[in-house]
Design a protein around this ligand. Structure first.
Ligand SMILES: *[C@@H]1O[C@H](CO)[C@@H](O)[C@H](O)[C@H]1NC(C)=O
Ligand SMILES: *[C@@H]1O[C@H](CO)[C@@H](O)[C@H](O)[C@H]1NC(C)=O
Ligand SMILES: *[C@@H]1O[C@H](CO)[C@@H](O)[C@H](O)[C@H]1NC(C)=O
Ligand SMILES: *[C@@H]1O[C@H](CO)[C@@H](O)[C@H](O)[C@H]1NC(C)=O
Ligand SMILES: *[C@@H]1O[C@H](CO)[C@@H](O)[C@H](O)[C@H]1NC(C)=O
Ligand SMILES: *[C@@H]1O[C@H](CO)[C@@H](O)[C@H](O)[C@H]1NC(C)=O
Length: 309
């Protein structure tokens, strides 16, 4: 026999009355991993995460950030880039490096490196090498003398540093950018760097698409709350794409991992909706309440688990 504390039962009942029906809201609203990242003009879904999109909903190297001025940023190889444009149909992004937005000569010189497993430079852009810390002007390259740091030169071939230059780094510029002029136009260089460069996402998301298109297994995010629950085809198989941070693989989640039988899109009866509501609500409340009382948890859950799973 269970000895249920009466107070626990009362609290349950009272809270249930005032709790909004999650089934109703999840049916009209968005399921797990369907919420989009939104910041200024930028809207992004899978394979991105960040903002309202949980970490588990996107690839770890594609976590977007939104600052108070509604500027979207992304870290690539530990460097911060601003996202000027993001097109999810072509999977392209226009990026600028934040430390190259001011005067070029006083920038922090670092390589612009794109991990080839994630990004590919669009064909209308090219990578150029800039030599700095040069002891003298390189007569055969397009060059400019910065007031503070001395001569810099730009080259299209990624050759090794000329003897007179101690350092070099790469930047991405449009293919139309001229590196043949003897005099490097720094104003023009600054202007093209501010407009950014375009990259294409090359992340392979087939695994997830397969999961979505077949009646395959979807994965429930919070397995502690709903152990062993799988999407129930066909309606629940409409999952949303996500990413398993532990195993580094794509997967798909049920639209609403907290609701066990609210199938998306289909009309549900009031009774069904109400019991599901109660059930999913109890899961969340019991986590809170049952940290005080173990009896309460087993009383409420033993029968439900047998019934549901
Ligand atoms: C949003 O787009 C408009 C027009 O396309 C542009 O003028 C504006 O600067 C953009 N804002 C941001 C934050 O990108
Ligand atoms: C950023 O976007 C939000 C929502 O669109 C808006 O309310 C806010 O005023 C914007 N902030 C700035 C600094 O533009
Ligand atoms: C940029 O990369 C090149 C080639 O890997 C390297 O020689 C150079 O030192 C790097 N520059 C900076 C500033 O890290
Ligand atoms: C430019 O000249 C330097 C030495 O003056 C040489 O090391 C370098 O290879 C030359 N580069 C090109 C593109 O000709
Ligand atoms: C340098 O580039 C700027 C912007 O593209 C242009 O307006 C200017 O005429 C150029 N200067 C020279 C000397 O070519
Ligand atoms: C994520 O991967 C780990 C390790 O392979 C696995 O134990 C876990 O069940 C996976 N999570 C989901 C939601 O599939």
């Amino acid at each position: 026999m269970y000895h249920l504390p009466t107070s626990c039962l009362v609290i349950f009942f009272l809270l249930s009355l005032f709790h909004p029906l999650p089934c109703d809201s999840s049916n009209q609203g968005l399921g797990w991993c369907e919420t989009l990242f939104q910041c200024g003009n930028i809207t992004a879904g899978f394979p991105f995460s960040g903002g309202n999109r949980h970490k588990e909903c996107g690839h770890p190297s594609l976590e977007l950030h939104c600052n108070k001025n509604n500027i979207t940023s992304l870290f690539i190889s530990n460097q911060k880039y601003s996202v000027l444009h993001l097109d999810q149909t072509s999977n392209t992004l226009t990026l600028t490096k934040q430390d190259l937005l001011g005067s070029f000569c006083s920038s922090v010189f670092t390589n612009t490196t794109l991990p080839p497993e994630t990004f590919e430079l669009s064909p209308s852009y090219k990578s150029v090498t800039i030599f700095n810390q040069c002891s003298s002007l390189l007569p055969n390259l397009s060059s400019y003398t910065c007031p503070e740091i001395g001569p810099i030169s730009v080259s299209e071939s990624p050759e090794k540093n000329p003897e007179s230059c101690r350092s070099s780094f790469t930047v991405k510029v449009p293919t139309s950018f001229d590196t043949k002029e003897k005099e490097l136009n720094v104003t023009n260089l600054e202007s093209v760097l501010r407009k950014g460069f375009e990259v294409k996402l090359v992340i392979n998301e087939n695994t997830c698409q397969e999961c979505l298109s077949t009646l395959g297994r979807c994965h429930v995010f919070n397995e502690n709350l709903t152990p062993g629950v799988k999407c129930r085809p066909p309606s629940d198989s409409e999952g949303s794409c996500g990413y398993n941070q532990t195993s580094s693989t794509f997967l798909c989640y049920c639209k609403d991992p907290y609701s066990l039988s609210c199938s998306s899109g289909s009309k549900i009866s009031f009774i069904g909706s109400f019991t599901d509501t109660l059930f999913s609500f109890m899961i969340s409340v019991s986590q809170f309440l049952c940290s005080f009382s173990a009896n309460c948890f087993s009383f409420f859950f033993a029968p439900f688990y047998r019934y549901r799973i």
